[in-house]
Each structure stands twice: as C-alpha cells, then as structure tokens.
Design a protein around this ligand. Structure first.
Ligand code: AHR
Length: 507
C-alpha cells in the first residue's frame, strides 16, 4: 500500500483569474469538421436549425464553449469571405487544397458561422486571410461583420439576412505565417501585422473604446512550438508600437505529437505509447515558461496574453479515413491529456488567457464525433464538462509531492492537482492520477477551511485506450464521486488513470 499523497490547498492565497477563454475551441474547414459535423444543410433529414445540426449544438451548449475559432487554420489563409455570402446556390465552388482536396461549396460562410456561434452561445474568433488575401479584403470583411446599416457594408449584410452587427471578440491576424500561412520571415510578418492590424477596423458601436471589455482583441501569429523567433520579433515590435497599431494577444501553436508525420495510433495502443504521449503533452509547461519569459522581457505587466489557439493530440489517421481529414479516435488517454493541459493553463493564468483545442468535431482531439445521423461524445468532451467551474474562477495555489510513474525509461509525475474558487466563491479541486496501474490516496489539507463535504465527478475507464463508440457511447463517461471528510481535511481514493473534480463544501 502506497503512502497517501498530501496536497496542501492554500485557499487563503488566491492567484490570477482563470480566463474562461482557455476552454475555447477551433473549427476549421477540414474534413468533416464543419461539413457533416456542424453543417448538414437545411434539407437534411438530420434534425437541424437553419442547416446546423441540433444534436451537436445541444452538446456544445452544455459545455459553454467560450469562443470558437474559424475558418482555420491553414484554410484561413486561402479563404475569401465573399465566396461564402449571398445566395447559397450562387456561391463559388472551390477546392480545399490544404485538406484532402475536397470540394468546398462555401455553404457554410460568415452568416452560417455566426448563426452557429450564437446557437451554442460562444463568442467569435475569426482569422483573416493574411497569406493570400489583401489588406482591403480583410478590412472589408471586418466592416461587413461589424458595421451598422448606416454603412454600405452593414446594408449588404442586412440584405443577406442580418441587420444587427455581429461582435468579433478575437481577430486572428493570419495563421502560422511561419508555415502554411505564407512561410514568412518574422520581419515580413511584422510588416503585414502592422498593416492588417491597422486596417481591419471593427465598427460595432458596442465594441468601441479603449477599456471596453467587449473590444475586439487582435491576435498576432506567435511561436511555432519551441521556436522563439516570432515571440521575440512580435513582442519587440509591440513594445516599440505607436498609436497606429497594436495587438491584444500573441498566439502559440503546439500539438501533442511525437513527430510529424503523426504515426501514433489513437486506438489499441499500449502503455508505452500512453506514457510517451503523456510525456509529450507535459512539454506544454516548458513551452509556456520559455515564451512567457520572452514576453516578460517586453511586457512585464503581462498586458499581452498568450493565446494557445491550437493544441491537442495529433495521431495517425484512422485506417480507411480519407487523406487529409485528420480523423482519429479519442480515448481515456486524451482525457488525461486534456486535464493536464487545463491544469497547466490554470497555473499560468496570469499570462495564458486563451486557448483553443484542435478541433471541435471529427478532427484531431475532438469533443464530438459524428457519422451521418450518429453522434458520440468523447472523453475529452467530458473533461470540458467537468472543468466548467474553472471558467473565470480564481486560481488557488496547491503544494504536493507528485511522486513518480515509470514506464520503461520514461518517468512522469504520478499525480497532478489544481484548485480554484469559482465565481460564486466555491472551492474546487481537480486531481489527476496519471499512473495507469496504481490507485492513489490523496489527503487534501485546506488550512482555514472547515470542510463539510467533498463531492463531484470522476472520469476513468477500464483501460487507457478505452474509447466511446456509436455502439458503446458510455465506456468513458463521468460518474458521481466523493472524498471522505475527517481529521484535518479530505481523503480521496483516486483510481488508476482517472481525473476527479471535487467541490469542497464549507461549513
Ligand atoms: O489543426 C490542423 C492544422 O494544424 C491547422 O490548420 C494549422 O494551423 C496547423 O498546422
């Protein structure tokens, strides 16, 4: 029997706000991420509202997606927004050259995207085309989305069915401009950033004013994983900015992958692959430390948030699935990956104020998988659901000795813990047992808090490679869970390979 792991929860030393936007998601025109996964068309026998499937909307509403990033990804830098407005029958039909060469009929365009965002209750994160577009095109698009009907842009939008301007919460100025977005040197990108940033003006009256919490945030392309060149260049430019331009966020992309092209299977893998992927995901901590240190040099007050707007597991494509559709299964391993990343983001809440898991439906580490009329919720979906109390909560420091889980020559922390106080003042503790074989007894000590109870949810599964399928959708799904109150705090018996979220009831 292993000794219990003591976890000291410093409830009286609150930290930074855990921004709800770290639970953002990413929906690209890629494979069946939009077409089939979100959009089925108005005439589909699959229940839908104005073409958007109702089962997917209901599932996403339940996890309160704070923002959805669209239309890409690499797709964004070849997307021409005018192709996706007006009479659907007359829209241009193009080829999605980035992703499998599938036919893009532009049935899902700006109006459909905002309808979807509104149906699920999410804010909009729109990426403009810097790679193959022009300043004018980006500027016209933002005007089309945000100007009122005194403007021609607003009148055109109204004629297409939407009178009220939309709110664009985040505007991505390009995507991966160091790669698929145009392969630009940092200096070239900085020049583009200044001009796109200046001319993509938001006209929505509700979003005006410098300290307006609703103001649109412009997100600059930042680091590709551990490469620091864009971080240095963009932050230096930001420090030297003048009144003509600015940014309100720096993007970072980092996938959990051993190396590209991704070759690890998402199903039927063994413990070795589990340990390797878990180790790979924990690099997120080092990456954030590396880039935050550079950002601190130029921005010690942490005005510019780091937005990890693409993250998640990237495995080999499922056998039989089309090339370029990035279809993979989602297992208990992905649930542990998601929880560990949310805990890392929460620990860096002062700098990481946004993140978008890739991707929402049917692509990479998805929340939802669909096949025609069928839908299944993944283990990653359930982690989002369990972490709802973290949205806009206050970080609470915890101290513990994580111990070790060993697999061959791989060494990992055996457990992980994070605590927050939610906006109603309730204390929540998230506990992760990374070890797939050994349960862990955790003793929570919470000085200054008289604990009455500790109840919540537990996610575990028969195996780390257990998945939910259309035929067996509940293999990995949360169940009620509780700790034992006594002595100085709470004792929690955490099963092997599990994630627990506990609410601490105070007397
Ligand atoms: O999420 C898939 C792709 O990964 C995105 O389109 C791109 O930005 C990244 O390389």
């Amino acid at each position: 029997q292993d000794a219990p792991i003591a976890v000291r929860v410093e409830a009286s030393k609150p930290g930074a706000k855990v921004d709800r936007h770290i639970f953002g998601q990413f929906a690209e025109h890629l494979g069946t991420g939009i077409y089939g996964g979100v959009w089925v068309g108005k005439d589909s026998p699959i229940p839908n509202v104005r073409g958007i499937r109702s089962d997917v909307v209901a599932a996403l509403k339940a996890i309160r997606v704070p923002n959805v990033r669209w239309p890409g990804g690499c797709f964004a830098d070849e997307y021409h927004w005018r192709d996706g407005i007006g009479d659907p029958k007359k829209r241009r039909v193009t080829v999605n050259a980035n992703w499998g060469g599938s036919i893009e009929d532009n049935a899902f365009g700006t109006h459909e995207f905002f309808d979807f965002a509104e149906q699920i209750g999410a804010e909009a994160y729109v990426s403009v085309n810097v790679g193959s577009g022009t300043y004018q095109e980006a500027s016209d698009w933002v005007a089309y989305m945000t100007a009122d009907t005194r403007n021609t842009a607003g009148q055109e939008r109204a004629a297409n069915g939407r009178k009220e301007p939309w709110k664009v919460a985040f505007l991505g100025i390009g995507n991966e401009s160091w790669g698929c977005g145009g392969n630009m040197r940092p200096e070239t990108y900085i020049d583009e950033l200044k001009r796109f940033g200046r001319f993509s003006r938001n006209y929505n009256p509700a979003q005006q004013g410098e300290n307006n919490p609703l103001a649109m945030r412009r997100i600059a392309v930042g680091p590709d994983d551990k490469d620091t060149r864009y971080t240095e260049a963009v932050m230096k430019a930001w420090k030297e900015r003048d009144w003509t331009w600015s940014i309100e966020g720096l993007s970072m992309h980092s996938y959990t992958v051993i190396k590209f092209p991704a070759s690890y299977d998402s199903v039927n893998f063994g413990e070795k692959e589990y340990a390797e992927i878990t180790k790979a995901t924990l690099r997120m901590e080092d990456l954030i430390n590396t880039h935050s240190a550079i950002m601190d040099k130029y921005d010690p007050e942490k005005k510019v948030p780091l937005i990890v707007d693409e993250w998640g597991t990237w495995y080999a494509k499922l056998p039989g699935s089309p090339e370029g559709f990035l279809q993979q299964q989602n297992s208990m391993r992905d649930a542990i990956v998601a929880a560990l990343n949310f805990n890392i983001f929460a620990r860096h809440a002062d700098r990481v104020r946004g993140a978008n898991i890739a991707q929402m439906v049917n692509v990479l580490q998805a929340m939802i998988l669909t096949d025609k009329e069928k839908m299944v919720l993944t283990p990653t979906y359930y982690i989002h659901k369990m972490y709802l109390p973290f949205q806009d909560a206050t970080f609470v420091p915890v101290a513990y000795d994580a111990g070790q889980y060993r697999q061959g020559d791989i060494e990992l922390p055996r457990v992980d813990a994070v605590a927050v106080r939610d906006s109603a003042g309730k204390l929540w503790v998230s506990l992760v047992n990374v070890d797939p074989n050994r349960p862990a007894t955790m003793r929570l000590q919470i000085p200054g808090v008289r604990v009455k109870g500790a109840t919540g949810q537990l996610l575990t599964a028969p195996k780390v490679n257990s998945v939910n399928t259309f035929d067996a959708p509940d293999t990995v799904s949360p169940r009620p869970f509780q700790g034992r109150v006594g002595g100085e705090g709470v004792t929690v018996e955490l099963p092997a390979k599990s994630v627990a979220m506990l609410a601490i009831d105070e007397r």
